[in-house]
Design a protein around this ligand. Structure first.
Ligand SMILES: Cc1cc2nc3c(=O)[nH]c(=O)nc-3n(C[C@H](O)[C@H](O)[C@H](O)COP(=O)(O)OP(=O)(O)OC[C@H]3O[C@@H](n4cnc5c(N)ncnc54)[C@H](O)[C@@H]3O)c2cc1C
Length: 325
């Protein structure tokens, strides 16, 4: 059962920000993640601030410099089907299309997808784990087959979003709003590691709202892709995924971004793989070197060693797919 809370539905951004700053306030966009968390007692809310009426946060529109602005309330279905996203930012369309089920993509928003809480079964279950203020991360000695192989310590969650790795690969920025103004941050630094703060996943301050995501104009020869592997054919979170964005002419890579999902508490940049791709021909030898480099520094836990070979193989396959396009 849902606990008791006050419910408000502001009609403007400034009104929403006023409500959001009050003690115990939480934001409700599509509610597909939030309501489950409240029902299961993962965290509580004094006030639910439903932002679904803020039409200005729903738009997807080109920017004057040739980039794209995506409002935080654009649904995953809208992002997946938008012609400019499909054409110029393919990895993002693929990430949005591969998240959850059709019903959830119609209801769930991009902002909610980026700010959703981790799916770790200890965090979501009846465990007073580190992330809930408890003494330890139970995954260390427990069932850790779905946990991270990069960037854990002291908490071994994996970041759940399929749009975030694509957006980090595309070097997107996020606009954050609070009553004192707005700030623009690279999406890469929007997500924070447990070693920085084990109680939150983003640098959002209490009462701050993600209003939009900005994409730069596509670089010359830019192409991108997102692929994920899940435990079953139907909707599911990624066991591992990889987003790749490349720029350059013909089969020569000028600059590459390789970002892994399902294997770290944040979308994880495989910088050694990027280095193997930069200023190289995208041939079988380069691809093999980049795939091996994508798992450099992996530290599997007792039950998730399979993720190392999964990431290596997935990266190799994904780069071959991109090379053949
Ligand atoms: C069964 C199931 C399967 C799923 N599978 C996948 C999957 O495979 N891949 C994947 O990526 N996701 C998956 N999801 C997650 C789903 O995609 C997200 O729940 C959805 O995108 C969240 O959007 P929402 O608008 O419903 O967010 P909400 O539930 O409204 O909010 C989620 C969180 O973000 C905060 N929030 C929302 N909007 C903002 C904002 N603008 N600024 C600041 N904070 C905000 C809320 O306070 C809340 O904590 C799944 C969810 C379910 C229930």
């Amino acid at each position: 059962m849902l606990p008791e809370f006050t419910y408000v539905r502001p009609g403007s951004l400034s009104e929403a920000l006023e409500h959001a700053r009050s003690e115990g306030a939480v934001l409700h966009a599509g509610g597909t993640d939030l309501l489950g968390c409240l029902r299961d007692g993962v965290f509580s809310a004094g006030k639910v601030v439903a932002i679904g009426d803020l039409e200005e946060l729903r738009r997807i529109s080109p920017t004057r410099d040739g980039g794209l602005r995506i409002g935080a309330l654009a649904t995953l279905a809208e992002v997946a089907a938008h012609p400019l996203i499909l054409e110029h930012y393919t990895a993002l369309a693929q990430g949005a299309a591969s998240a959850a089920s059709p019903q959830l993509r119609n209801q769930g928003t991009l902002g909610g997808n980026l700010c959703q809480r981790p799916r770790c079964w200890y965090f979501r279950g009846d465990f007073q784990c580190l992330r809930k203020g408890g003494p330890m991360c139970y995954a260390i000695v427990g069932e850790n087959q779905y946990h991270c192989i990069f960037g854990g310590d002291p908490c071994y969650i994996v970041h759940p979003s399929d749009t975030a790795p694509a957006l980090v690969a595309l070097d997107a920025r996020a606009r954050l709003a609070s009553p004192s103004g707005t700030r623009l941050v690279p999406l890469e630094s929007f997500f924070i590691l447990p070693s920085e703060d084990v109680r939150r996943e983003t640098l959002l301050q209490p009462g701050e709202l993600l209003t939009e995501v900005l994409l730069s104009p596509p670089a010359a020869g830019q192409r991108s892709i997102y692929r994920k592997v899940r435990a079953r054919g139907a909707w599911d979170f990624a066991l591992a995924g990889v987003a790749v964005a490349l720029s350059g002419a013909d089969d020569r890579v000028e600059a590459a971004r390789v970002v892994l999902s399902g294997v770290a508490p944040i979308p994880w940049r495989a910088v050694d793989a990027e280095e193997a791709l930069n200023r190289s021909r995208l041939d079988a030898e380069t691809i093999s070197r980049a795939a091996t480099a994508s798992v450099a520094g992996a530290r599997p836990m007792t039950r998730n060693g399979y993720k190392v070979e999964l990431v290596r193989g997935l990266t190799e396959e994904t780069l071959h797919t991109l090379a053949a396009q």
